[in-house]
Design a protein around this ligand. Sequence first.
Ligand SMILES: Cc1cc2nc3c(=O)[nH]c(=O)nc-3n(C[C@H](O)[C@H](O)[C@H](O)COP(=O)(O)OP(=O)(O)OC[C@H]3O[C@@H](n4cnc5c(N)ncnc54)[C@H](O)[C@@H]3O)c2cc1C
Length: 462
Amino acid sequence: MNQRTPTVGTDPIDALRTAVTGSISVPGEPGYDVATPWNVAVPVRPRAVIAVENALDVSATVRFAGEHGLKVAVQRTGHGAVPLGDDVLLVHTGRLTECLIDPDTRTARLGAGLVWQQVIDAAAPHGLAPLAGSAPHVGVAGFLTGGGIGPLVRTYGLSSDHVRAFDLVTGDGDLLRVTSEQHAELFWGLRGGKATLGIVTAVEIDLVPLPHFYGGALYFDGADADAVAHAWLDLCAGLPEHSSTSLAFLQLPPLPGVPEPLAGRATVAVRFASVAGEAESEEILGALRTVATPILDGIGTLPYTALGAVHADPVDPMPVHEHSALTRELTHDAIDVLLSVAGPGSHSPQTIIEMRLLGGALAREPRHRSAFCHRDAAFSLFVSGVLAPPSADVVVAHIQVIDRALAPWATGTSLPNFTATSDPDRIARTYDDDTAHWLGALADEHDTHGVLRVGQVVRRPR
Ligand SMILES: Cc1cc2nc3c(=O)[nH]c(=O)nc-3n(C[C@H](O)[C@H](O)[C@H](O)COP(=O)(O)OP(=O)(O)OC[C@H]3O[C@@H](n4cnc5c(N)ncnc54)[C@H](O)[C@@H]3O)c2cc1C
């Protein structure tokens, strides 16, 4: 229900209140706060928040925006929030919570308002698993439209390679079912193009039979960073596709939820996830265990419902500055450089600096090609710094130090899911030229008024 009685003639938004089933909130009204993103450092202050109940609400919102010269953006959790101002109507998908698991076909139909842990928990009783990301509180639609790199990415490939269908509302307000056969060009572009081609209201995905996996994280004292990081790089060389891994330099604050041995000090985490059994996995991890003794050993056979334990990403909203990059390779020299500018003892202000090994199934083009680019990258760098005293001022500037240091190995590109921005130049670097061209052309075709020309989208200059 809407929160206030419309006063005809005072605000054009009032006309929209009669056209949608969901609720509409302008600043100061109950419900507006749902727009507050997970990354609270990003100013998300739209003209109104439309908590949509269904795809028709999205269509009505988009058409209304087209008629009134407004833009429309979409948000679920705000893990990838971009700044939005009062020329924007924000579609919030949190009420789109349909979750149908079909154990016979090993598929799921998911409302765009679900977060991964909800899907993981619904599929688990059937021994099935969705290919979620490292943070289970991320939204399914935002994650999948950005490609989706999960803790088991080298085994199963990109999560969006396992999408069967999207329900989409285009910028023109059309409701489309998009599959590899229906609107195939949109099916290509939605897997990687984020919200460029429209607002997803539901998605159908394949599930994999995976009740358990072997993995978790080994945490080491910062003093062992040198030995651990080099041993990890050796582990990466020739790692079979049944296993995925990442390395993270951590400086976690002493906050509730942060394990005591990791709080308020520099540590190093080796994350590992494998569909191989304990014996094979431990053989791979053996060398790491000989170079240093973990201060926390979180590796074992885990139920898939505990997937979030691999990265143990922060859950609660916080003000962060994020940065990402891709490398074509990572040598021992590169590890030394990374240690010197971002490792323990380097006076880095960053909270998390992570290198994920890519490759494996991710590197192969899927049967149905997509707009996800840079499959040939070897490693993904992700940096996250908390914008709070005492390090807030230096967090942003320090990114340049990391970038300069890693330049000899970097590709100059990044991945859409790790590049939350509305800067066209940075968005362009998440695609190759052909992909950016076709995404822009398709966007113009399906959004003739430019309603969706806001946020992390690929558009051609007007
Ligand atoms: C702590 C943390 C861990 C992460 N781990 C991973 C990871 O392991 N792998 C990975 O691939 N990514 C990861 N990400 C990135 C994450 O997948 C993206 O930020 C993703 O966009 C979040 O989706 P959301 O809907 O939760 O966020 P939101 O901020 O709500 O949405 C972000 C963007 O996603 C798009 N979007 C959202 N909903 C829709 C929709 N219904 N239709 C069309 N487009 C939509 C829009 O472009 C929107 O601006 C991580 C991010 C954080 C902060």
